[in-house]
Design a protein around this ligand. Structure first.
Ligand code: SF4
Ligand code: SF4
Ligand code: FES
Length: 520
């Protein structure tokens, strides 16, 4: 528990966390100090002066809140007349050469300049001389488009490339009102986290070529989730919208702060992986590539399962813990061989020492926790005797060449329970469509053994069941969410303290509680 101190804000006593600067300490109790250049991940630069606050009886009496530590008994003035005058003046400076093109700016609706103008300024322009003009629509690379005229030169983007990615592609050139952010000649943004500068930019000076002009942000609904792009499990906000007569469509992923997982950022590949939630989906049940109703295929699948003598059940390392435990119970009941073999999800050497992992699946640690076999040997040996493969979203064509997979499948019947229309779906005798991760609730365990839960973010026009429900319909003894959670509690002792749906948002670190089960 962090130490607390008491101080006064506009003469009202508040209790805040010790050791933080005034912006963060006072911000945590819901009192905003306006700021542009400060960001908690990048530290205080002190260049914008928007955060100046008064300190009653202080020496000096006026301080930048980003560079001033909250102290016991401090008397902070935010609404004194001289502070309001400073905020007006800073805003006037920021807006002197600003194009005020909010109607065509992607940042409108989530722009600090707009917000602060409405909260602290609201004065008309006094300028009679022509504005300084600068570069528009500059392609900085990696999908980042820069507008120099909208820039308030807070330096966040420059500091991100210096301090976080350590690639240093951006710099501020020239002086005074001609200062502008630019790349160096012939050296565009070239790092795997570049699109974070779009989130960091407090105004509309950095935009994403992928998102530009696709949606006005006030139409977007927001839902927290976990990126399934790799084993890091970065926390994300899914921005989505259902327009009239259309489906619920995801327009972007943005990083969501989680101190023990991804901090404030995410990688570009994960960010753009939202497209896989929208596209390439299997939406109809099929047998031998002919459409059928889901109930027909479920009935036919049940008959195949009853008829089969040797069943192999394959699970994707992207399945949630709830799905894994339900399928495992089905496998135990059927006396099947259960495998999580999925070598093809691992891109050896692709990870870095920051967020990106070699393993492009979200829950391989879950396979280990549930003691589900991962080995190639088990899978190949079982397939030699199998007359039925029941595949839960494991994209085997990532792990095997198509010809090798055809040889392995040989005369085995294949039932693919799948969220996407993949090459394996085309090879299957029957295909059952299921929800993808943005469309169901569940839990995954990341590469640091942190168990994280996520809710259902998207409801499609065709609201498909998730793998747990299909496995239950195919006969798994775990029929309800409560039964699945109870089964997980028996395996993961850390869950015993919690009700379903009440797992802390920051996740549960299993390294101590499950020491015997988690992998190094
Ligand atoms: S582009 Fe945005 S983040 Fe970068 S200096 Fe300008 S306002 Fe700040
Ligand atoms: S590091 Fe992994 S989990 Fe994080 S955003 Fe990238 S792909 Fe997603
Ligand atoms: S936030 Fe303090 S000077 Fe910019």
């Amino acid at each position: 528990m962090a130490d607390k101190i008491k101080l006064f804000v506009n003469e009202v006593e508040v209790e805040v966390e010790a050791g933080k600067n005034l912006i963060d300490a006072i911000g945590a109790v819901g009192i905003e100090i306006p700021h542009l250049c400060y960001h908690p991940a990048l530290g205080a630069d002190g260049n914008c002066r928007m955060c100046l606050v008064g300190i009653k009886d202080g020496r000096p009496p006026l301080v930048p809140a980003c560079k001033t530590r909250a102290m016991e008994g401090m008397k902070v003035l935010l609404d004194a007349e001289h502070i309001k005058k400073i905020q007006h003046d800073v805003m006037e400076f920021e807006l002197i050469n600003h194009p005020i093109d909010c109607p065509v700016c992607d940042q409108a609706g989530e722009c600090k300049l707009q917000d602060y103008y409405m909260s602290y300024d609201q004065q008309g322009s006094r300028m009679t001389v022509p504005q300084v003009t600068k570069g528009k629509k500059l392609d900085f690379g990696s999908g980042v488009i820069h507008d120099q005229e909208r820039c308030v030169v807070c330096g966040r983007c420059v500091r991100f490339c210096r301090q976080i990615t350590k690639t240093g592609e951006l710099g501020a050139i020239n002086r005074s009102d001609d200062t502008r952010i630019n790349i160096f000649p012939g050296r565009p943004l070239n790092n795997r986290y570049a699109l974070n500068v779009v989130d960091l930019c407090p105004v509309g000076a950095m935009t994403s070529s992928d998102f530009r002009f696709k949606q006005r942000v006030w139409f977007l609904k927001k839902a927290p989730d976990i990126c399934h792009g790799c084993a890091k499990g970065c926390n994300i906000t899914i921005d989505h919208n259902r327009q009239k007569y259309e489906d619920d469509i995801i327009y972007r992923f943005r990083p969501l702060f989680n101190e023990q997982v991804n901090g404030y950022f995410m990688c570009d590949e994960g960010r753009l992986s939202y497209k896989q939630e929208n596209n390439g989906r299997l939406t109809e049940a099929r047998t031998s590539n002919n459409p059928r109703s889901i109930n027909e295929i479920l009935a036919a699948s049940t008959k195949e399962i009853e008829r089969a003598e040797k069943i192999v059940i394959a699970l994707s390392p992207n399945c949630s813990l709830e799905q894994m435990v339900t399928v495992k119970a089905l496998s135990d009941k059927l006396g099947a061989t259960l495998t999580g073999y999925s070598e093809g999800y691992i891109k050896q050497g692709d990870g870095d020492d920051y967020l990106i992992q070699d393993d492009k699946s979200a829950n391989r640690a879950g396979l280990h926790l549930l003691k589900i076999d991962n080995s190639l040997n088990t899978f190949e040996n079982a397939m030699q005797e199998a007359d039925l493969l029941l595949n839960f979203n494991n994209e085997l064509t990532l792990s095997f060449e198509k010809r090798e997979l055809s040889r392995l499948l040989n005369d085995t019947k294949v039932i693919a329970v799948t969220s996407h229309d993949t090459p394996l779906t085309a090879m299957a005798d029957m295909a059952i469509p299921v929800a993808s991760y943005s469309e169901y609730a569940g839990s995954v365990v990341n590469s640091d053994n942190i168990l994280q839960s996520f809710g259902k973010a998207i409801t499609k026009n065709i609201d498909l069941d998730d793998i747990s429900i299909i496995a239950a319909k195919l006969g798994s003894p775990l029929q309800t969410p409560a039964e699945r959670f109870a089964a997980l509690q028996q395996i993961i002792s850390a869950l015993n303290e919690f009700e379903p749906d009440k797992i802390p948002a920051e996740g549960l670190n299993l390294n101590n509680s499950e020491a015997a089960n988690v992998t190094a």
